[in-house]
Write a protein of this length. Structure first.
Length: 153
């Protein structure tokens, strides 16, 4: 790529960032395309861990779209997709400290359920799902572990 073309490309990229007001969004350039790194942040706003995670995202200038897990619980398709990307057993997606988990006695039942049955059960109520979830095209982070989230920077 010539220096002239490179400068013009850089100027047009900066203008685009300004026009779209993307100053807080992280971005990268791949194959001459501007790729925005925007995450889907799935949380329960009353959960203190979710509040800490949200504060961490804001403090680190990471762009996200927030979704309330109680009002809009994940579908079976979403859960299946995320589960495949995070490479953990389906039982790790359960909120084991939640009231619903305990009242249904899932501690003993999960071991005899297939992973498909577990995902179907998770899709019935968002409060069964461990939170927060941070979803991107490449990965899914379950729960808020600051050391893992630091890798997003």
């Amino acid at each position: 790529m010539s220096k002239l073309y490179s400068r013009q490309y850089e100027r047009s990229r900066i203008e685009l960032v300004r026009k779209l007001n993307l100053s807080k969004l992280r971005f990268q350039v791949q194959n001459r395309r501007l790729i925005l790194d925007k995450y889907l942040f799935i949380c329960y706003p009353k959960c203190t861990t979710c509040q800490k995670a949200k504060k961490w995202l804001d403090d680190n200038g990471i762009a996200y779209e927030q979704r309330n897990i109680k009002e809009e619980n994940p579908t079976i398709e979403e859960l299946n997709n995320w589960w495949k990307r995070c490479t953990v057993p389906a039982r790790k997606l359960f909120n084991t400290s939640g009231l619903m988990y305990k009242s249904l006695g899932l501690k003993d039942k999960l071991s005899i359920m297939s992973e498909e049955e577990q995902l179907s059960l998770l899709a019935t109520d968002g409060m069964l799902v461990k939170r927060p979830l941070l979803v991107s095209e490449e990965k899914v982070l379950i729960g808020f572990k600051e050391t893992e989230w630091e890798k997003l920077k």
